[in-house]
Design a protein around this ligand. Structure first.
Ligand code: SF4
Ligand code: SF4
Length: 226
């Protein structure tokens, strides 16, 4: 492969497959202009941080460019590292609770707050006062949601903490990882909320892991020593 045509991402994933996954990830939700801008801002923020961690000039011999960093970030945003025998998003998030800066956006801006039918009884048994606060879900009537959201009634705005933290719904435990699907579609994907500091750190961590793996594959392949 000629150096000037080299794309780091090709060390990790087939280009066509990448484009298809990216298309699905970005179309599966109803992406309005604000959401698109959120993604652009998000990926730009991660890029600024990745350039400090992995400056391209250090990898000049390999022909790595700023656009390669961008593509690695896009890949990190839409795929789990499990595809590359790495940790899942969930595993990474679990060992880094400090990535959450307690800004409270997830609790004040999310709607509806989905409650799976299998978790409703546990939540109301442990919090009897919630019995009248949970109603059928507007999109999935076999499931439920909190009656009041945006902001969630159980968000303590002064302390910036959840008042029912130990028994909060699964969707809150998983944030910023979201299961995205739309009516009539038979498949669902895991997507990230892009206005969240936690998500920024998660994708940065994944991008670093992916970048290092791609460089390793490239250097082993062509025998370059950095
Ligand atoms: S999970 Fe994200 S949006 Fe929610 S409080 Fe933490 S940083 Fe903010
Ligand atoms: S239940 Fe707790 S974690 Fe979930 S949105 Fe409400 S305040 Fe936030």
């Amino acid at each position: 492969m000629e150096l000037n045509k080299f794309r780091l991402r090709d060390q990790l994933i087939d280009g066509e497959l990448f484009e298809n996954i990216r298309k699905v990830a970005l179309q599966e939700e109803e992406w309005d202009e604000n959401k698109k801008k959120d993604v652009e801002r998000f990926e730009k923020t991660v890029l600024q941080r990745l350039r400090k961690k992995r400056p391209v000039k250090r990898y000049k011999k390999l022909g790595i460019k700023k656009s390669d960093l961008k593509e690695v970030i896009q890949l990190a945003d839409i795929t789990s590292l499990e595809l590359f025998q790495g940790p899942s998003n969930w595993e990474l998030a679990q060992i880094h609770p400090e990535w959450c800066n307690h800004c409270g956006k997830c609790c004040t801006q999310s709607s509806p707050l989905f409650i799976h039918r299998d978790e409703r009884r546990a939540i109301t048994t442990l919090n009897p006062f919630l019995k009248d606060e949970i109603i059928p879900n507007q999109d999935y009537p076999e499931h439920f949601q909190f009656k009041e959201d945006r902001p969630c009634k159980y968000h303590d705005t002064e302390q910036k903490r959840c008042q029912i933290y130990q028994t909060r719904p699964q969707v809150c435990q998983n944030y910023p990882l979201m299961l995205i699907g739309s009516e009539g579609k038979e498949h669902y994907i895991i997507n990230l909320r892009h206005n969240c500091h936690y998500a920024t750190r998660l994708v940065l961590e994944k991008a670093i892991i992916l970048f290092d793996e791609a460089v390793k594959r490239k250097t082993e392949g062509i025998g370059i020593r950095l």
